[in-house]
Design a protein around this ligand. Structure first.
Ligand code: KG4
Ligand code: ZN
Length: 316
């Protein structure tokens, strides 16, 4: 079954074409993303109104590019999977309304997909993983541990009580003047920093901004990153033990973090477990994961009506 995935829950507009033969088994024919970092950078964060307005401009070209790269047209598409929440409602609406239009015009079955389910299943895109597995979802909006028991059967076993890990990265990066989005900047800077330097540079403590040297910033970045990584790794390993799962899947934008990947790979191996992390382009927001998450339901013959709504805080 040839599935078109559409994702526009936050600041990325994405489309993908997947050929799926069985639940969770798919060949990625194309996956395209229109990134909005350049638009939001000047504001140091995502401006919802600008995000949705920009989606209106990019959604059609992104879908056209996904179809063209896959070497097919809308007439070949047998199912549409579209994110309906959670996310920014103005952003969600653009992808969802476009999907409804395509479904209606082409007589194509459509299902609405939960964005988090997409992240949870993304590790299956390029790996064979037996269920149940444990998934650590770490992104700009979410930080949680889920037991992925089966398709459509997910149990949240841990979550952040306040900020998401990616949000913490972005806030600290902003404070340090590292630009937007800052997660990657901290990651890169930390490679040259001392992550054991728990001492905040004196210049910072004494409030003397002219003394705030570059090396201090990089040590601060490395120490901050190490703290976040440790705070993610420990409960993840504990959860894997509790569940008795051999496989830990790491997913979401912060899964791009090199130190987190290394530390979790090491901790998992030391505990006799395997870490599976998707390729970076499938960790961050993308439509291939949405096509996969909608794909198993379309294969079963499920479909949603054109009456479904976008839901900013859709529960999984
Ligand atoms: O999954 P994603 O693309 O969007 C959401 O659904 O939130 O995640 C984006 C988040 C941002 O907070 C960004 O700073 C963070 O992922 N991020 C990173 C790295 N690359 C992206 N955080 C730490 N280290 C990185 N290398
Ligand atoms: Zn996401």
């Amino acid at each position: 079954m040839l599935i078109l995935g559409i994702e526009s829950s936050c600041d990325d507009a994405a489309a993908a074409v997947l050929e799926t033969t069985a639940p969770g088994i798919a060949e990625i024919r194309s996956s395209t993303v229109a990134n909005q970092d350049d638009i939001h950078r000047a504001y140091g964060g995502i401006v919802p109104e600008l995000a949705s307005r920009n989606h209106v401009v990019t959604i059609a070209p992104v879908i056209e590019r996904a179809l063209a790269t896959a070497g097919c047209t809308l007439a070949d598409i047998e199912g549409i999977a579209v994110t309906r929440g959670p996310g920014l409602v103005g952003s969600l609406l653009v992808g969802l309304m476009f999907a409804k239009g395509l479904a209606q015009a082409g007589g194509i079955p459509m299902v609405g997909v939960n964005h988090i389910e997409g992240h949870l299943l993304a590790p299956l895109l390029e790996n064979r993983i037996a269920m149940p597995y444990l998934a650590l979802v770490v992104s700009g909006g979410h930080t949680a541990l889920f037991a992925v028991q089966d398709f459509a059967r997910y149990r949240r076993i841990g979550r952040t009580r306040d900020d998401a890990a990616g949000e913490a990265f972005d806030k600290v990066a902003k404070l340090m003047g590292l630009g937007y989005p800052g997660g990657r900047a901290i990651d890169e800077m930390s490679r040259r920093g001392n992550r054991k330097s728990v001492r905040i540079p004196r210049a910072h403590v004494k409030g003397a901004p002219l003394d705030f040297s570059f090396s201090g910033v990089k040590d601060l970045a490395a120490s901050f990153q190490e703290a976040v990584v440790e705070m993610l790794v420990k409960p993840t390993i504990a959860a894997a033990r509790e569940l008795g799962t051999d496989t830990i899947a790491l997913t979401g934008g912060v899964a791009a973090n090199s130190r987190l990947r290394d530390a979790l790979t090491e901790a998992a191996a030391a505990d006799g477990r395997r870490l599976v992390a998707p390729a970076l382009k499938y960790c961050t927001d993308n439509a291939a994961m949405i096509a996969l998450a909608g794909g198993y339901r379309l294969l079963r013959g499920e479909r949603d009506t054109l009456g479904i709504d976008a839901e900013a805080s859709l529960a999984l």
